[in-house]
Design a binder for this molecule. Structure first.
Ligand SMILES: Cc1cc2nc3c(=O)[nH]c(=O)nc-3n(C[C@H](O)[C@H](O)[C@H](O)COP(=O)(O)O)c2cc1C
Length: 353
């Protein structure tokens, strides 16, 4: 191990893990620190179980787990450790109890590395502001490309392809106001008390919506108001503002894909996403993930209408190589910093007793 006391090392690693993005800012995993075999190990357990959550929730949680694991690996390398990662599949996980999905063994004797990425961990943020519409510079893009070790990324930079991404995003975000199930899920992750800073969930301030739209957002939490709103096309209005407009207001769109949707593929995708995001942060490039257009295109995902799912699928087929599944869109560009950054719970809340 390093000369730093082990408690401080574990705290630093868990803090890095908790700083990672997760779709609704709930980190549904816990960790156990184990030194029984003479090797220091961090063991991670998923709380996102089939018995409790729909498939779409577990898919996004797996991507978030990948991001958290990658942050812990990067922080370990910064501290001069040699982390060894073992992943365990969580497919068909019908148990209700948390199960092991990752183990990180910590070995000593490496020189510090990944320091730039580690420094970006506390600065990385989801930026939902409008971005400048100019493409990334060649240098910034090259820095980001360095982090992509598998052929799983597609850039959409031209006016025409960005327009198609905007259509995809508009359709999917509208669906969140058409399907009661998706609507309930969206609102369960939001909180509206402007002064509050909660360690879980997303504040309305984080959405960076103009004030009048913020009031509408609050209003349409109510099911009756939503039903009336749908008659005048509220779903399409939100689809435009939350989906299409942000894509128009971006420099480029990066879509990450996989060839399958197993837990292991999604965790690895989350690792790549986090390295890309940290490299973008270092380069001063703003990032906002948009996942709905990817998620709802899958016929295995519940809650989306068959018509929207088929339309999304059809549009993706025109944009991506055959056999690749879209998993997450990252809108990127140059922008002012967001006005709010979501807080995190304490490191202790992660520890499994
Ligand atoms: C798998 C995944 C999907 C996400 N999808 C969206 C999305 O569709 N729209 C969005 O605005 N943010 C999305 N986010 C960003 C999260 O909302 C954000 O990470 C979380 O609220 C914590 O905020 P932070 O990234 O600023 O730390 C996503 C993040 C992850 C990891």
């Amino acid at each position: 191990m390093t000369s730093i006391p082990i408690d401080n090392v574990i705290t630093a690693l868990l803090k890095a893990g908790l700083s990672a993005p997760s779709a609704d800012n709930y980190h549904r995993f816990s960790v156990q620190y184990d030194q029984a075999s003479g090797v220091s190990k961090i063991r991670c357990f998923t709380h996102s179980r089939e018995a409790h959550y729909p498939r779409r929730r577990r898919l996004v949680d797996w991507i978030g787990y990948g991001a958290a694991i990658e942050n812990m690996l990067i922080e370990a390398k910064r501290l001069g450790l040699r982390p060894k990662l073992t992943l365990h599949s969580d497919d068909n996980g019908i148990q209700t109890v948390p199960t092991l999905f990752a183990e990180i063994e910590l070995h000593s004797g490496a020189s510090p590395s990944d320091e730039n990425l580690a420094q970006a961990i506390p600065r990385r943020v989801t930026n939902r502001k409008p971005f400048l519409r100019r493409p990334l510079t060649a240098e910034d893009k090259a820095e980001i490309l360095l982090q992509i070790d598998r052929p799983c990324a597609h850039w959409f930079s031209s006016r025409e392809t960005k327009k198609q991404c905007a259509t995809l995003s508009r359709l999917a975000e509208s669906e969140r106001f058409r399907s009661q199930e998706l609507h309930d899920e969206l609102y369960s992750s939001l909180y509206f008390d402007a002064g509050a800073d909660r360690p879980y969930g997303i504040s309305i301030r984080g959405l960076e919506t103009p004030r009048p739209l913020e009031h509408l957002f609050r209003l349409f939490k109510n099911v009756v108001a939503l039903k009336i709103g749908r008659l005048i096309g509220v779903d399409s209005i939100f689809g435009f503002f939350a989906g299409a407009l942000p894509i128009y207001w971006s420099g480029e769109v990066l879509v990450l894909t996989t060839r399958g949707d197993s837990s292991l593929e999604l965790i690895r995708l989350g690792q790549t996403m986090e390295r890309i995001w940290l490299a973008a942060t270092t380069a001063g490039v703003a990032v906002q993930p948009q996942i709905a257009a990817c998620l709802y295109a899958s016929e295995k995902v519940e809650g989306c209408s068959i018509a929207t799912q088929a339309e999304l699928n059809h549009l993706w087929k025109g944009l991506l190589p055959l056999g690749e599944l879209p998993m997450i869109m990252l809108r990127m560009g140059y922008a002012a910093l967001p006005r709010w950054k979501s807080p995190r719970p304490s490191v202790d809340s992660l520890l499994k007793t």
